[in-house]
Design a protein around this ligand. Structure first.
Ligand SMILES: Nc1nc2c(c(=O)[nH]1)N[C@H]1C(S)=C(S)[C@@H](COP(=O)(O)O)O[C@H]1N2
Ligand SMILES: [Mo]
Length: 320
């Protein structure tokens, strides 16, 4: 198998963006420029997954230490390889006419009855949406705090009624090579896929987001519906989900297929288990302006209380 890595992965994020005054200024100018470009490519049609707003804030996920990152940073610093390998690319490329409403989500595999849902209809079936502030940690070594709007994945698992043999939940992103330029790059195993164990999928933290900052998800953040599993590296949180399938066996997943030594199936945030090419002990906090800096990375990204029980019999170093 050929091993290929997108440009941003060839160096640790900290090396790409050292915290020098020069780069800080460059970044500021870039953000200014993006504001204009963003306006030029603003979506003209209806926004994705508009059902359920305004969402209800969930007080359990409004902790004092979780002040959201500036909205402009979260909407303009993205990993969405279908559209671009650059952080500023998805905001432009995913808003050049890619349609995310209407959108059908298919549920199948080991379930009582395979079903298809319009995403807005699904939100209504779920009884609406709530807002949670979650930490977000990318394997590249940077982090944010993001206010998501959506519903617990557990609710969808209950609706799907998995059969007794189901042990994993697989997520498959969309295929649209006309809208998403990188999907013409055959070195990658499109579509983007990810997976969780059923126990992980029914943990209280696992979340399906249809919104961000109290508004429908921006295309570049994974409209109209995406996974958010905040105790794992960001690449597990698959964007723009088209299909959810329940299986007996552990699925192969996109980044694991591309770089098996770097991206494990579990991908739990762990400061003690380094990436083969860089340390995971610290992270660069995005969007802090002059205060932007490094902070210590926490085990399970600070969600040890909620998820440590899932892994009590697992060697976290072997199962990275
Ligand atoms: N379909 C799809 N989902 C994806 C990705 C991607 O390239 N394609 N990138 C992942 C990575 S590496 C990260 S860090 C997060 C980024 O989410 P954000 O841009 O909303 O912050 O999305 C994840 N989900
Ligand atoms: Mo990431």
């Amino acid at each position: 198998m050929r091993l290929i890595l997108p440009p941003s992965w060839s160096l640790p994020d900290s090396a790409v963006s050292p915290e020098s005054a020069y780069l800080e200024r460059r970044r500021f100018l870039k953000v200014l420029g993006m504001g204009l470009v963003g306006a030029a490519f603003a979506p003209s049609g209806p926004l994705a997954a508009t059902a359920g707003f305004p969402s209800r804030p969930n007080p359990a996920y409004r902790l004092d230490d979780l002040t959201p990152t500036k909205e402009n940073a979260v909407l303009g610093y993205n990993n969405f390889y279908e559209f671009s390998f650059q952080k500023e690319g998805p905001r432009i490329e995913a808003n050049k006419g890619w349609k995310t409403e209407p959108w059908t989500l298919e549920i199948g595999g080991w379930v009582e009855r395979p079903q298809k849902f319009d995403v807005n209809e699904l939100v209504r079936r779920m009884g609406g949406i709530e807002q949670r502030n979650y930490r977000h940690r990318c394997v590249e070594g940077w982090s944010m705090v993001i206010p998501w709007d959506g519903f617990p994945l557990k609710k969808l698992v209950e609706l799907a009624r998995p059969l007794a043999g189901a042990r994993f939940v697989n997520f498959t992103s969309f295929v649209d090579a006309d809208a998403a330029p990188s999907q013409n790059d055959s070195r990658f195993p499109w579509p983007y896929t990810e997976g969780l164990t059923l126990a992980e999928a029914t943990n209280e933290l696992a979340f399906l987001a249809t919104g961000i900052y109290g508004k429908p998800l921006a295309n570049q953040n994974g409209a109209p519906i995406r996974l958010v599993v905040p105790w794992k590296s960001g690449f597990k949180s698959v964007k723009s989900i088209a299909k959810i399938q329940f299986t007996e066996d552990q699925p192969e997943t996109f980044w694991h297929a591309v770089a098996p030594r770097e991206c494990g199936f579990y991908a739990n945030v762990n400061p003690r288990v380094d990436h083969p090419r860089w340390s995971q002990a610290r992270e660069r906090v995005i969007g802090g302006g002059l205060l932007e800096g490094k902070k210590a990375t926490l085990l399970f990204n600070g969600y040890e209380k909620q998820v440590a029980g899932l892994y009590k019999d697992l060697d976290l170093e072997k199962n990275f």
